[in-house]
Design a binder for this molecule. Sequence first.
Ligand SMILES: [Zn+2]
Ligand SMILES: [Zn+2]
Length: 67
Amino acid sequence: MLEKKIPCSSCGGRGSYDAIGERACSGCAGTGRDYKHSKLMSKPCSKCHGSGRKPCPACYGSGEVHY
Ligand SMILES: [Zn+2]
Ligand SMILES: [Zn+2]
């Protein structure tokens, strides 16, 4: 079982759509914080991992893909 990780070609390893023109994460509107549960106690957005950017669908925001 050889598992190899390489930088995602869709996002260039960034994990977001930054490089190709998409910007704000739909889950947090680009704030990077999830305010759904409480306005006082926000936590990092689970969709973009706090980056505020739209996660790359090819690597799910990790910036790496497995082969
Ligand atoms: Zn987000
Ligand atoms: Zn990617």
